[in-house]
Design a protein around this ligand. Sequence first.
Ligand SMILES: NC(=O)c1ccc[n+]([C@@H]2O[C@H](COP(=O)([O-])OP(=O)(O)OC[C@H]3O[C@@H](n4cnc5c(N)ncnc54)[C@H](O)[C@@H]3O)[C@@H](O)[C@H]2O)c1
Length: 434
Amino acid sequence: MRVTMIGSGYVGLVSGACFADFGHEVTCVDTDAGKIAALKRGEIPIYEPGLDDLVANNVRAGRLSFTTELAGPVAAADAVFIAVGTPSRRGDGHADLTYVHQAARDVVAAIEGFTVVVTKSTVPVGTGDEVERIMRETRADADFAVVSNPEFLREGAAIADFKRPDRIVIGTEDDRARKVMEDLYRPLYLNAAPLLFTARRTSELIKYAGNAFLATKITFINEMADLCERVGANVQEVARGIGLDNRIGGKFLHAGPGYGGSCFPKDTLALIKTAQDMESPLRLVETVVAVNDQRKRAMARKVIAACGGSVRGKRIAILGLAFKPNTDDMREAPSLSIVTALLDAGAEITAYDPEAMASAKPLMPEIAYAPDAYSCLEGADALVIVTEWDAFRALDLGRVKAALRHPVVVDLRNIYRSGEMRERGFTYVNVGNA
Ligand SMILES: NC(=O)c1ccc[n+]([C@@H]2O[C@H](COP(=O)([O-])OP(=O)(O)OC[C@H]3O[C@@H](n4cnc5c(N)ncnc54)[C@H](O)[C@@H]3O)[C@@H](O)[C@H]2O)c1
């Protein structure tokens, strides 16, 4: 089948490359000419494990190509996916649908014959109706169906998530569109991934409900970690103790500095706004967002306390800047709030991240960047672990101690054991006495 992706970012590029790998003929379109030029040169503009090989193999096989010109590939497509960004709208937190609406206008002007237009971007309930209205208004004679197909992949494990999803959600009541979507996803269906067909509005809401639930789970264990610190309990054991209950499940129960990233913060906010507009407020999710916002700065206070109550004039080494390991994505990364709060408190910061430094530098130009983990620590008054990259899990602790001016380690991801760290003479602080 012929597939055209509008938007070649984290979702569009990964989905496009995976569809090509299934044997479909895929064109990835983007308005960012620099991104497309890089992709044509064989350079991958984002860090995602395995993506470079997947793209190269499918380009070589003639199934995957890149362009800024939307008309030709859209005219030829059986299915056009809209995978453009839906950031928070400045000022009110609603999802900004400017890019989605523009893509809808561009697409409908170019389609030929029956075409399925699939919204893969995360969009508020009712966006499919609005996209359909815009398309009909722009071109009354066009033959299309608008389908919702939210994406659940996680950055850092995106290819595996796309190829072996827990489920594929497809929102449509159009039989022709249903058939096209079944054919597109047939390779996954054969792998026993369930295809869940729903009404379009239901499908749109499933995506937000899923993210809001996961954000709630993280925030729950984070608050439990604070309580553990007060009462002398261990949050990792609490998480394991409750997570072994099948009704709860062990995932998303890792206490840490609060969730960040390109999805949870903006999606929880957009869901809250939709619910408020509909006069059906989601008070639980509102609280989750408020608790999570406060948490990031609270993590800076934790660092300040570990440094004896002040970081003024002290040098703090930060390991890990990306919002999670195995990505270079800095969107809403906890490191941004933590670094800002520490700078406000008078600290000097040196940071290291294996992949995210290029994306971090424009956002945090006032801090120093080290070429590797050990030089980052050299002469620092404290080490703060913010992102749990594998490369930080087994640091040579002798070398760490020798490099630091004061042996203070604040481990916001609980990747070290407190007993061992204290035996080695570190002042060690983590989240929830883990
Ligand atoms: N990143 C994730 O992990 C993830 C996971 C699930 C869902 N999503 C959702 O998927 C959507 C895309 O997210 P992303 O992280 O890939 O964003 P991104 O910012 O990495 O990529 C979006 C791309 O769309 C391009 N674009 C914008 N308008 C365009 C237009 N009219 N025509 C062609 N290209 C255009 C941009 O230049 C950009 O390259 C969002 O709605 C997001 O919420 C993201």
